[in-house]
Design a protein around this ligand. Structure first.
Ligand code: SF4
Length: 360
């Protein structure tokens, strides 16, 4: 049960009942795929995301129908709602009025000053933050002209340009993302952003790809960023069911000890000494622990050759033996269990340990 690594300090910004930044744990976000004006489908999708561990959800707001659906969606969901708007300040005003907990809009793209002022005033009145979304693929023309192509410095300059517009209107509840689909560029941009300002950073590798390739690309990029203590909230962008994005995000945060409400599975890579059907057991246990909210470390080993001692770090686990399994806790064998009931026994023990964790 590792300690949460200290994050670099940023300004705390409230989003609904959560706070992004400060010394708070990273928050997992995802984005719905359904048409936002289809309230029923959007709410169903959000409920699936919440069940998977999503803590803040974003919806696209391409037109007035979508903006007008916000108030109804808000009534039916339990997590903060972010509304994603491009350019149209009127949609932003409708979404804010409808109860959006945060809007994602780049003030520099809204147009005339009065329009920007109207959005900022509405956000201030409701006490909601604005996320500035810098994207390497859509940097302002003057920045591309200056740097020749998308660079980390250009992205930071873009962020500062949008930040200044908000700060000049005395608005400071700002969150910034610096997305790029090029991994080294994204890493550099987030590193430079973390030095340039102290607003919380929303992490993401945009357009990272399909479930398999996108997971690797996101883990490579975000892993490098997270390891430096940078990042306050994240979304894994995949061409897949958004529930998968949440699962990947949770797994990634687990790798860095940055999530306190998730159990982790450690399973052996298998070899010729294997005594049990380890691959299916590992998958079953992995599925089971999705609902465990205690930070337990669970281990599944194919054999007992190196003994449970190999998994000393684990709180609990099983190791295969001929026709049976050894159930162990903290590196010590507790008892032998028949192969047929091995997984069920492990699940029961996990539940007991999780209960004990919350009773402490
Ligand atoms: Fe091989 Fe046993 Fe190690 Fe698994 S635990 S990799 S089966 S020696």
């Amino acid at each position: 049960m590792g300690e949460i690594i200290h994050r670099s300090k940023t300004r705390p910004v409230k989003v609904g009942n959560l706070t992004i930044g400060g010394s708070n744990e990273l928050i997992i976000q995802s984005m719905t795929m359904s048409k936002t004006h289809d309230v029923k489908a959007t709410v169903n999708e959000i409920n699936r995301l919440v069940e998977a561990g999503c803590q803040i959800v974003r919806v696209a707001c391409p037109d007035e129908r979508a903006a007008r659906a916000i108030s109804e969606i808000k009534k039916r969901i339990t997590i903060p709602l972010v509304v994603d708007i491009h350019f149209d300040y009127k949609l932003a005003l409708i979404a804010i009025e409808g109860g959006a907990d945060k809007i994602r809009i780049n003030p520099g793209n809204i147009g005339r000053r009065e329009k920007v002022e109207a959005v900022v005033k509405a956000a201030k009145e409701k006490g909601i933050p604005i996320r500035i979304g810098v994207n390497a693929g859509s940097l302002e023309r003057h920045i591309i002209k200056k740097y020749g192509y998308p660079t980390a410095d250009g992205m930071v300059e873009s962020a500062l340009h949008h930040i200044k517009i908000l700060e000049d209107l005395d608005f400071h509840d700002i969150i910034v993302s610096m997305k790029a689909s090029d991994v080294p560029l994204a890493i550099e941009a987030y590193e430079k952003a973390a030095k340039a300002f102290d607003y919380p950073l929303h992490l993401g590798i945009t357009e990272s790809g399909t479930l398999f390739a996108g997971t690797i690309k996101s883990a490579a990029g975000l892993g490098a960023i997270l390891s430096k203590g940078i990042g306050n909230t994240l979304r894994i962008s995949l061409s897949a069911d958004p529930v998968e994005e949440v699962k990947v995000a949770r797994e990634l945060l687990k790798s860095f000890g940055l999530i306190s409400n998730a159990a982790t599975l450690v399973s052996c890579p298998t070899c010729g000494r294997i005594e049990i059907d380890l691959i299916s057991i590992a998958n079953e246990v992995e599925e089971y622990i999705q609902h465990i909210k205690a930070p337990l470390k669970i281990s599944v080993l194919g054999c007992a050759v190196n003994g449970p001692g190999e998994a000393r770090e684990a709180d609990i686990g099983i190791a295969g033996a001929r026709g049976e399994g050894l159930l162990f806790k903290k590196g010590k064998t507790v008892r032998k269990v028949p192969e047929e009931t091995m997984v069920e026994e492990l699940k029961k023990e996990i539940d007991i340990m999780a209960e004990e964790y919350f009773r402490k």
